[in-house]
Ligand binder design. Structure first.
Ligand code: 5GP
Length: 134
């Protein structure tokens, strides 16, 4: 089902893109739980993880590993959660499968408990910092 992520994939809605492959795109979350909070999504329009063909799931995992490593390196080796909210009851708001790469500093609140806001220009700076670590 088409969602706002389809518009991002098609370039109709701008995003701070980290990487794009033939099958995936990764970009900064617009309402981050921490600076560097990144979403990694398949280009294929599927709602749930199990709807993704196995080959594409493997490809998504490869890209996610690359992105997660870059996010961590960009923030001096910061820890992170990889989170998939799969279905409404699991907190999925956008009906297009996506993984959150969520940086976790010492003492940071649990996933999705709090949000931060980027200052003017900060999102672009963070994006560049992560891309430099790919
Ligand atoms: P979910 O709750 O479905 O697992 O997560 C959806 C995520 O997508 C949320 O963290 C939300 O902030 C993010 N999001 C929703 N709309 C947009 C958008 O237009 N651009 C970006 N970059 N992120 C979005």
């Amino acid at each position: 089902m088409a969602s706002i992520f389809t518009k991002i994939i098609q370039g109709e809605i701008p995003c701070e893109k980290i990487i794009e492959t033939d099958s995936e795109i990764a970009f900064l979350d617009i309402m981050p739980c921490a600076a560097g909070h990144t979403l990694v999504i398949p280009k294929l329009e599927v709602e749930r993880l199990e709807d993704l063909p196995a080959e594409q799931a493997l490809s998504l995992m490869r890209t996610m590993q690359q992105v997660a490593k870059a996010v961590s390196t960009a923030f001096d080796g910061i820890d992170y959660n990889l989170i998939l909210n799969n279905g409404l009851n699991a907190g999925q708001e956008i009906a297009h499968v996506h993984f959150h790469v969520l940086p976790r500093a010492k003492g940071s609140p649990g996933p999705f408990r709090e949000h931060v806001q980027y200052a003017e220009g900060e999102m672009q700076e963070v994006g560049a910092k992560i891309r430099n670590c790919l």
